[in-house]
Design a protein around this ligand. Sequence first.
Ligand code: MF3
Ligand code: CO
Length: 263
Amino acid sequence: MIYIKTPEEIELTRAASDLVSRTLGEVAKWVRPGVTTLKLDTIAREFILDNGGKPACLGYHGFPGTLCIEVNETVVHGFPSNYALREGDIVGTDCVVELNGFNGDSCYTFAVGEIDPKVQALLTDTKASLYKGIEAAKAGKRVGDVSNAVQTYVERRGYSVVREMCGHGIGKSMHEDPEVPNYGRRGIGPVLKPGMIICIEPMINLGSKNIVIERNGWECRTRDRKQSAHFEHTVLITADEPEILTTFSYIEESLAASDTDQK
Ligand code: MF3
Ligand code: CO
């Protein structure tokens, strides 16, 4: 069952989306070699609580973090830990915030210091594929059009699409219908209508598409242990252009500021 949000519900989801975006903007200030992923998690949790929100992943089916931490070959659902980030790593931070009963969901994959140009290209291209998917998310089109836009963009560049995990609707719950796969045929799936809110979140691998779930039942990595990238926005379908409710602008401001600090 796909909900069409009322204007009030849209406002509430917009506010939750802004808070999750600002949270990742805080996290961005801390990403550098030597920082543990638990530290990033603490920054996110405290920021959300200070702003009246609830870290929605924390305790969700027993998940132990505010952030899902995705270092290098980790695709999704990694646990925050004592692992200290190293120069050359990439780290995805996926976060859901609940605010006044509604949720916003976003993910950004960061480079830690200088990284391999091939891995930097994976990040750039995965982020671009997210925007390709968003462009396709117009009222009257179908979920398959979004899926196909992402898949076509990344496969042309030689990457592979993780099959087991999808984007999703969002609102009162962090996961609502419809499922939004990152692969599939154009013209299939539910029709997109104004007032739907969906999360589009390509999970794209440098090597093969195959994944392995660790024995804790959560942490998911690439089978070949090559890097995987993940970017996500919460997106409102409107009568004309889709509206992105989350934003990476807080992250980009933080990254630009830490760049000038280093020079
Ligand atoms: N943010 C993830 C998503 O995009 C969900 C996190 S799963 C959790 O769907 F268990 F950690 F909450
Ligand atoms: Co999501």
